[in-house]
Design a protein around this ligand. Sequence first.
Ligand code: URA
Length: 204
Amino acid sequence: MNANDQTAQGEPATKAARPRIPLDEIRAQVEQCRRCPLCDGRTNTVFGVGNPNARVLIVGEAPGKNEDLQGEPFVGAAGKYLNELLAIAGLVREDVFIANVLKCRPPSNRDPRPEEIELCAPYLREQTRTINPEYIVTLGNFATKFILKTDVGITRLRGTLQQAGRFRVFPIFHPAAALYDGKKREALENDFVTLGELLGTRKA
Ligand code: URA
């Protein structure tokens, strides 16, 4: 069995690997998506942005208000903080690819619902297959539980290297949860030091 035939969720390998779908094609599918009622409230879908050949795929939860308006992930306060965190690891946004579990904003930023996650999941799965990163960095509980198929919470998993199929997974706190919590900030910043060390990108 070739490890490359596994998905991030560790699904069984198929005999012949399916061809990877170009990101533009996946984006076009997302833009037209009407699989769940979130499509009725959206201004824009938020497909994701960054280097299509990134070594690191960063996975957040769902677009917020600013992301919905601009069609880009992590453009609000949490996004500004994410840029600072990336710098700790010796990275800039253009080095990584940033996407979310959900491509449309839940009303009033409520938590994603299981059925929404299930319906939206194929898009992230295809993005992951196409980008084929070395590392998936999951931000917060929703992304971590989705990628690792676990019920273990982020507080226990953060900063520990995990494996999902052929991908190394590095769960960390969501930057929005850490913005106003000094302890989480410290943990998050330490985890980005570790990420930079794992990647060999951290400047001394
Ligand atoms: N929080 C997320 O999880 N994703 C975004 O794109 C913005 C905020």
